[in-house]
Design a protein around this ligand. Structure first.
Ligand code: N01
Length: 862
């Protein structure tokens, strides 16, 4: 403990830490910083603690995470001494909880109220920030923490004529403390987000006339509010520590088992039953997670969205109003859904009217009313429930100037560049609590706040203990995290919806996904790992020296990471520890659990003669379009040892549908029963047979190409060389997905990516040992890269994956083909592994690469 522990420093103008904001983040910072013995000041623009709950006093304001979860976990006594009156507590009750905590822990003396931070400036020579307030104070500090909340700066309503109105004007996020009595008044409410949806039913109870101006209808589900249920209290009472701990390792920060059921895999009756059960709970996270695929699969989401619309139609009596209230232009959950009490029912009241701004836009606000569409209606009051400049608004509203005069506003012009949502390069010792790039608004804020405050305070303690006084993320780490966030957005349904998550509600704001979509659990792991790996991606300096362990915390695609993580938790035995038969059984069993891939027009099974005359099975995949079709002869992966003509079926179907080409997927003899060159020669024999029978098969003569994945890519590449050397068939192209091209050499990627990415170096060695003797591996039929010449080969598309042990030999083949004058398209799949691009319906980030592959195939036949 340090001597200054507990010393109140409200007037000090040089402290270790300045905190802006005394909401739940700021209060927990007071606790942690004081406990750790730092000197600090907390500056708060409001007149009391509470943040959001201080400002948002509109009627009906309450939390929409069950209140027992929306509480601090750091003081266990609070769970015993505070009793919530309702499942979802009202704003006054939550505010008094914040005040209770602040009083109980004697926090008030640390906070300077009614003091807004105006600007903050970093000085490289003193390695300190100077924070200036609107009240004229200047405070220097080593560290500056913004705990200013994510939804704290109301957005400009951007409606013409707002300044004209002479009646009562109310903004939900800045509600008068004395409350507003709407009795007998004619009220206009603009906006139907959570604030509008919570306040409209209560305003309608008082007002003589309510007109709601709606731009976009919102999905809202009934809260079924009431006393806290016994089943909510029970786990907390039984073992509160375990309950609190489990919340930290869930996706949203509220303990809830993740769904393992696809909305598409159940009968309509089962789906309805599950939906009704989720609906009855009256909890956002439960309705958002009824089905495992509703947030990633549009079809699954449509089923849930429609069931919610049915509920709206069943509640609202006037069918025209009901239809207007049904959200139809975006998937459920991609805009923040709401929790309500009697919202839709309010529209059944005769004095409540809904105006659709899409057909009747507001032309202007006049001194006593609103002109919209072709009418003007008089109002006594206007309520703006038009939302916030979310996540970045409060941060950039302070002039923050970092190193070399860089302002945060300028740096974030095109979106918030940050590392872990905690810090930003060029802004040393500047921290954000629940900033953009962290899960924050997508989670139970209390859990996310505590995690951030803990991370920041632990880091400050670590630095103090090690004689370090300056911390800053590296460019590499920041770029990596921003890329990772964008990759998550890419595979979500959220990116196409105009929501405040995407900054789309504020005109001119850059359109980027603001919160991190990897969940509270995934995010916490990343933050913990950063620390465990020596503050990976941070540079720290001070009298104690300099530490910089540069790097990127998440470089594989997010969905690839999730799959790898699941597989590592399953503790599967390495395939090379099995017999070839065992490995085949294992691979067939896991193959049977995959999604099947899209429907094709027709599938036909048959056999064709292999190189030694014995029959080889094939499966033909015909597109649903009118034939004849161009033909791709496809060879499966599996290291020449495992797999079959149907083992890559989901991808083959996918490529068939995307490219419009017919695929003939051929089996070939497997090792070790049939070693080199059996597979290679079967590949060529199959190609020749398909070409000879192309018309009967429904193909177009002369329109033939080869394709293959992994060892199948090797078979395809060899078949293409044999076709060139044996006068045919003439190929239109070859598509090689993460192919084996050279068994003679250990490329760096073999060891660099040799562990942890499904195909390991040791498995690859096992495949080669089963397939070919060392002396044979330099033969071009085993290693097509070793061919005397690659000239004269057909246009080629090579796909390589960043974290594939075979990456470098794939790259080398693409390069060598190009040098030999072959037309090459090289798709380099960043963040992918050997197997991920083929995982149709599982790894969504592979889709764009398969689309490019299909485009290449179409190009072969153009
Ligand atoms: O704001 P919003 P909010 N003309 O942005 C409309 C949290 N919160 O204050 O959708 C006409 O959601 C806008 O239309 P559109 C919660 O995270 C939590 O309601 O942009 N209309 C929309 O309908 C929530 O998501 C609780 O087309 C205009 C509405 O105004 C977040 O805060 C309670 C307009 C704004 O909705 C923000 O909620 C309340 C214009 N020019 C809030 N501009 C809890 O229960 C905007 N709109 C914990």
């Amino acid at each position: 403990m340090r001597p200054d522990q507990g010393v109140v420093m409200t007037s000090a103008n040089d402290v270790d830490v300045v905190v802006a904001g005394a909401g739940f983040s700021g209060l927990y910072l007071v606790h942690r910083l004081r406990e750790a013995g730092f000197s600090f000041r907390v500056l708060e623009s409001g007149g009391d603690v509470g943040g959001t709950w201080y400002w948002n006093r509109y009627p009906g304001a309450r939390c929409d995470i069950p209140t027992t979860d929306y509480t601090y976990s750091w003081d266990p006594e609070l769970d015993r001494e505070w009793t919530w009156s309702e499942k979802y507590a009202t704003q006054p009750e939550i505010l008094s909880y914040a005040q209770h905590v602040a009083k109980k822990h004697d926090m008030y003396p640390h906070i300077t109220f009614n003091t807004r931070v105006k600007d903050a400036q970093w000085d490289d020579s003193t390695r300190k920030w100077t924070v200036r307030t609107e009240t004229g104070e200047a405070i220097t500090c080593r560290h500056y923490v913004m705990a200013t909340g994510c939804l704290s700066v109301p957005k400009d309503p951007d409606i013409p004529g707002t300044e004209n109105f002479a009646g009562g004007v109310y903004v939900t996020g800045r509600w008068p403390h004395e409350g507003v009595d709407f009795t007998g008044r004619r009220v206009a409410v603009i906006g139907t987000g959570s604030s509008g949806i919570q306040s409209i039913p209560l305003i309608a109870e008082q007002a003589s006339q309510v007109t709601v101006f709606q731009r976009t209808p919102n999905f809202s589900v009934p809260a079924f509010n009431g006393p806290v249920s016994e089943d909510r209290k029970a786990p907390l009472l039984a073992d509160r520590d375990a309950y609190r701990e489990s919340a930290k390792w869930t996706r949203g920060g509220v303990p809830l088992p993740p769904s393992e059921v696809s909305a598409l895999a159940v009968t309509p009756e089962q789906r309805r039953e599950m939906f009704e059960a989720g609906w009855k709970r009256g909890e956002l996270f439960s309705i958002l997670g009824i089905f495992m695929d509703q947030s990633t699969n549009r079809e699954a989401n449509d089923l849930v969205s429609e069931m919610i619309r049915e509920k709206i139609r069943a509640t609202v009596k006037d069918p025209v109003t009901a239809e207007l209230l049904c959200p139809k232009t975006y998937p459920f959950g991609t805009k923040r859904p709401c929790l309500d009490t009697n919202y839709f029912d309010t529209y059944n009241k005769p004095h409540v009217r809904l105006v659709d701004l899409n057909t009747s836009p507001i032309r202007t606000i006049t001194s006593d009313g609103v002109t919209f569409g072709d009418e003007t209606v008089q109002f006594d009051d206007i309520v703006y429930a038009t939302g916030f400049d979310a996540m970045t608004g409060a941060i950039v509203s302070v002039d923050i100037t970092g190193r070399n005069g860089t302002t945060l506003k300028k740096k974030w012009e095109h979106g918030p560049l940050q590392y872990l949502g905690l810090m930003s390069t060029e802004f040393p010792n500047f921290f954000m609590i629940t900033g953009p790039g962290s899960p924050s608004v997508l989670s139970n804020m209390m859990v996310s706040i505590e995690q951030h405050v803990d991370w920041v305070t632990d880091t400050l303690v670590h630095m103090r203990d090690n004689g370090l006084d300056m911390i800053e993320p590296t460019d590499t780490a920041e770029a990596g995290w921003v890329r990772h966030g964008a990759e998550f957005a890419d595979i979500s349904l959220m990116k196409d919806t105009n929501s405040w998550y995407m900054g789309a509600n504020v005109p001119g704001k850059p359109r980027v996904m603001l919160p991190y979509l990897g969940g509270v659990d995934g995010y916490r792991r990343a933050c913990n790992e950063v620390v465990e790996r020596g503050y990976l991606g941070f540079s720290m300096t001070g009298p104690g020296g300099k530490v910089c362990n540069d790097g990127v915390i998440r470089s594989v695609q997010p969905d690839v990471f999730i799959v790898l993580d699941m597989m590592s938790q399953m503790g599967l035995p390495p395939m090379e520890s099995m017999t070839p038969e065992g490995a085949r059984e294992f691979s067939n069993a896991s193959g049977a659990m995959r999604p099947p891939g899209p429907e094709v027009g027709e599938m036909v099974d048959g056999t064709l003669p292999g190189a030694d005359g014995s029959p080889l099975e094939y499966r033909l995949y015909r597109p649903a379009t009118k034939g004849p079709h161009p033909v791709v002869v496809y060879f499966h992966g599996g290291g020449w040892v495992i797999g079959s003509h149907v083992s890559d079926e989901p991808m083959v179907r996918d490529l068939c549908v995307r490219s419009g080409a017919m695929f003939v997927s051929v089996n070939y003899r497997h090792a070790p029963e049939a070693r080199f060159p059996a597979a290679a020669e079967d590949g060529y024999a199959a190609l020749t047979w398909v070409n000879d029978h192309i018309t009967e098969l429904g193909g177009i003569p002369g329109k033939i190409a080869v394709a293959g994945w992994s060892a199948g890519g090797n078979v395809a590449a060899v078949a293409a060389q044999l076709a060139r050397d044996n006068n045919g068939p003439a190929l239109c192209g070859q598509l090689l997905l993460t192919p084996v091209t050279d068994g003679t050499k250990e490329y760096p990627s073999l060891s660099l990516n040799g562990e942890g990415y499904i195909l390991t170096k040791s498995l690859m060695d096992w495949f080669w040992d089963n397939y070919a003797d060392r002396k044979d591996r330099s033969h071009p039929k085993a290693s097509p890269l070793k061919a005397a010449s690659l000239a004269g080969l057909p246009p080629t598309t090579v796909v390589t994956a960043q974290f594939d042990p075979l990456r470098d030999e794939g790259n080398a083949y693409a390069e060598a083909l190009r040098e030999a004058g072959v037309k090459v398209t090289h798709i380099q799949a960043g963040g992918h592994i050997h197997t991920s691009i083929s995982m149709v319906g599982v790894i969504l980030s592979g889709e764009k690469h398969r689309e490019k592959m299909a485009e290449s195939i179409r190009g072969f036949f153009a």
